[in-house]
Design a protein. Structure first.
Length: 100
């Protein structure tokens, strides 16, 4: 898990938070000690922890956040370039289930 980009980014974030520019604040990387990804999002919502790293598919499971799930669609839709995917994503986002 320490080789994954999410972890490397989190370590860099913790280093930056510790710097003088961040006012000496500290970030801890609990390595799943606080529960699952869904548990941690719930803890952020309830003010138990301040921040958690998660993706749109997890956030889409919470009431009122469903539309954010469209951000995970580039990995499902067929297309080789951003130009091929953009019109498909726009059509999907503006579909009948998108709130107006």
């Amino acid at each position: 898990m320490v080789d994954m980009s999410y972890h490397k980014g989190s370590v860099k974030f913790a280093e930056l938070m510790k710097s003088a520019r961040a006012g000496g604040h500290r970030a801890r990387l609990p390595a799943n000690q606080l529960g699952s990804e869904k548990d941690m999002v719930e803890q952020v919502k309830n003010g138990v922890i301040h921040i958690s790293l998660t993706g749109p598919s997890m956030l889409a499971q919470f009431k009122g956040w469903g539309p954010i799930g469209v951000l995970g669609m580039p990995y499902v839709l067929k297309g080789n370039t951003e130009d091929e995917l953009r019109p498909k994503l726009i059509k999907l986002a503006r579909g009948p289930s998108w709130p107006t």
